[in-house]
Design a protein. Sequence first.
Length: 468
Amino acid sequence: MESSRTQKLGNAPVLKLLVEFSIPAIVGMVVNAIYNIVDRMFVGNMVGENGLAALTFSFPIMTIVFAVAMLVGQGGTSLIAISLGEKDKERAEIMTNNVFVLVIVLEFIAMAVGLIFMRPLLRLFGTPDGEVMNMAVAYMSIIFFGAIFQGISFSLSAIIRAEGNPRASMMTMLIGAGVNIVLDWLFTVVIQMGVRGAAIATILGQFASMVWTLYYFVGKRSELRIKPKYFKPVGSYISKILILGLPPALVQMIMALINIVYNNSLNYYGELDPTVASGTIAVAAYSVFNSAMTLAVMPIFGINQGVQPIVSYNYGARQFKRVRQALFYGMIGATIILTAAFAVIHIFPEQIVRAFNQSPDLIKVGTMALKINTMFLPIVGIQILSANYFQYIGKARPAMILNMLRQCLFLIPALLILPRIWKLQGIFYAQPLCDVLSTVVSASWLFVELRHSRKREEAVAAESGESK
């Protein structure tokens, strides 16, 4: 029997539901973003520019490891929410347990591969030999051991949200980030362990998040339980989870590829630019504006997580008007938040850069990069929600294509072409150009899909009329 917590996804006012689901997710995503940002701030101020650059070169590998969690967690969440909308609790529970087992296996493989091929991967991502390489190896040799913790906590947290408990999902991220921030201060400032201290703080935060999610699912709070009898993989479910989780996972993988291009291009053109002290300064500047962009966009991913269970449930229940309402309200909220973030970034760019490091060279390059990179920030939310709408409703192919637009199909060519024309500044202009192009394409594709949903709604109404 369906619980009242799940039923409200199909009955409660959509705007009220969106606020209820999005605010905890926004808080959680912003706090979760602080994981890497706090590491960078502590390392940038306590270790210096080389430490900040080392974390920047390490980030693509961390992105790939997180992509594994998204592959399983995001794919499973959409299918579980649709199953709950179709009133099939047993199928949802089997999928939950399959997600749990699958993410452990895949994250273990990712950890093993990463530890074995760490230095070749770091070189591939542009890390120069010497002090920066040594710091990156020291950091990642610890970070890899948190892969399973991160995978379990992310996947189960997404399922908690799908079953209608966004506050409990938010606690997963709050607990982990809280532990990480406190331990970052302890290990890097008090004990002065450098990048190793930042890495230890990160994986202990991930471990705390994992413990919380496991406690939730083995206790009585969850409608869906972790049960060993459901651990046996179901081939059809596993394939659907992986297929539907592939678009967001590919986006993460593409982000790693983007970071490779960014790191190598910034290092190369930074060395050539007479106004920049070194390539390392340019890479460190990228770390700063990437952190600011992450913090600005994370609330939108929070809204995305809030919209997902509402849209998936009501799509499964064939309540298409509620699907459109949730999407529309989500886009309005995303645009308001990003417009506010745009204003803050363009009013206080230098102050933002100074939070990471006091180097005059870094402040100059970082301020320029930050202002250029965020030129069209207010429209990014429309692109993100338009692309992810197709994942909500179980359509993997358009979701994959649209999610790849902004971070791959447009951005990589722009990063390769624009620097040949405008050198270092061309690298910074690539992202705003892609923001405009990808938003136009994604919104147009969404418009066509919503027209089809209206026709399906009319067909459902006609069937209801005939049955009466």
